[in-house]
Ligand binder design. Structure first.
Ligand SMILES: [Zn+2]
Length: 410
């Protein structure tokens, strides 16, 4: 929805720009259309329609723009917008009819032709007509090879069908057009390579997969899943040391996502007969970022499974003070407390700290469309953007005495 709206807004901006800014050139190019356009603006419907559009009142915008076109049936851009509005309302068939009718006009310029086809491609995509959408976007590119909208839509269509190699090829064209001006290009190229590697690994091509995951990391060192997957295929090949190397590299490159490698590293260190390395790693990470509750939780679990309940409990309370709403921490506290026979002094400490905690279940939010998820996702299921999830944090728990003092002050 939001991507579509954004695209719609961009299209409208572009079309309004075309209508106003280029009017003079058009007048020179094609005698007579100037009069039409002026007549168009003399009716209130055109302006009203645009205002409703800006206000997101789609039905009213359609009414006004339809009336505006009744005085000037030639107004291409208004018909295009009307078609887009029908699509936005879910009336895809109607949108397709409007845009296909525009394609029949004999006097379309190359640019106009490309943009009508682009609208039609969006209609097809919206209606789930994948092949026809692909065809329309490819036609746009024949007319206008650097059309970024068409390329982005092609990429997304390929992604929807898990055609990762094709999606990557299209994204490389986009990156060429952007020429380094947009930092998310590298990120998307990294994630798409990671998808290709995952498909190779699933088909048993472990060596090729390992190479692709390494490529993904070279393209963008922040492609987190590529490190995890690279380690996994190396582990499959029986090379634990190389697997550990990949997972440790993740921790150096993207320390805020270190926790994703914890289970793997803990297991691998144990296999290598060096379980102490996990404790050292956790302690180093806690020192590096004192707010890191996840590392405390992981270390606590590690210690409690080794029978060291007391230090495990202390770590959990530390973790809670940084992240009072973490359900996983609370659950672990109860497990450890039970291991310690619910010692009353410890239970009291916990209750004092947990008193103001509010539980919430879906802390991961897409920066792009606000989609919420209980787990960290690399591609948003709603807007299909890559690596857009951030963790929503609520203010840390305060010592109750301090909190009461603050309330009394205000
Ligand atoms: Zn999203």
């Amino acid at each position: 929805m939001t991507t579509e709206l954004y695209l719609l807004a961009s299209l409208i901006a572009l079309l309004v720009g075309l209508a106003v800014g280029k009017a003079w050139e058009r007048y020179k190019l094609r005698d007579g259309r100037w009069i039409d356009r002026r007549r168009l603006r003399e009716t209130p419907h055109y302006m009203l329609g645009l205002n409703f559009l800006v206000d997101n009142q789609v039905d009213q915008a359609i009414d006004e723009l339809t009336q505006a076109t009744s005085t000037d049936t030639d107004a291409l851009e208004i018909q295009m917008i009307l078609g887009n509005l029908y699509r936005e309302k879910g009336q895809v068939g109607r949108a397709i009819n409007v845009h296909q009718a525009l394609l029949q006009r004999p006097d379309l310029t190359k640019l106009e032709h490309a943009y009508v086809l682009l609208c039609l491609g969006l209609d097809f995509r919206h209606g789930g007509f994948v092949d026809r959408a692909l065809e329309a976007f490819q036609e746009v590119l024949q007319l206008d090879p650097r059309n970024r909208y068409a390329l982005v839509n092609l990429q997304k269509l390929h992604e929807d069908q898990h055609q990762w190699a094709e999606a990557l090829q299209v994204r490389e064209q986009i990156a060429k057009i952007d020429a380094g001006r947009r930092p998310d290009d590298q990120q998307i190229l990294g994630f798409l390579r990671n998808q290709i590697g995952s498909a190779q690994a699933r088909d048993g091509g472990v060596i090729a997969a390992a190479r692709t995951f390494s490529d993904a990391i070279d393209v963008d060192a922040r492609t987190v899943p590529a490190y995890l997957n690279l380690g996994d295929v190396r582990e499959q090949q029986g090379n634990i040391a190389a697997a550990v190397e990949a997972w440790e590299r993740l921790i150096d490159a993207v320390p805020e996502h270190a926790y994703l490698a914890f289970e793997r590293l803990e297991r691998a260190y144990r296999t290598m007969g060096a379980p102490k390395r996990f404790i050292d790693l956790c302690n180093r990470l806690i020192e590096q970022s004192p707010q890191d509750w996840r590392t405390r939780l992981a270390l606590s679990r590690h210690l409690s499974s080794a029978g060291e309940q007391r230090p495990a409990f202390d770590l959990l309370l530390d973790a809670l003070s940084h992240h009072p709403h973490g359900l996983a921490i609370h659950q672990e506290v109860w497990a450890v407390l039970s291991g310690l026979g619910f010692e009353p002094a410890l239970v009291k400490r916990y209750i004092a700290l947990a008193r103001d905690a509010v539980f919430y279940l879906d802390p991961h939010v897409c920066r792009h469309c606000r989609y919420r998820s209980t787990e960290l996702l690399w591609q948003c299921p709603q807007c299909h953007e890559w690596n857009t999830f951030v963790e929503e944090r609520i203010a840390p728990a305060k010592d109750t005495a301090v909190a009461d003092a603050l309330v009394n002050e205000s």
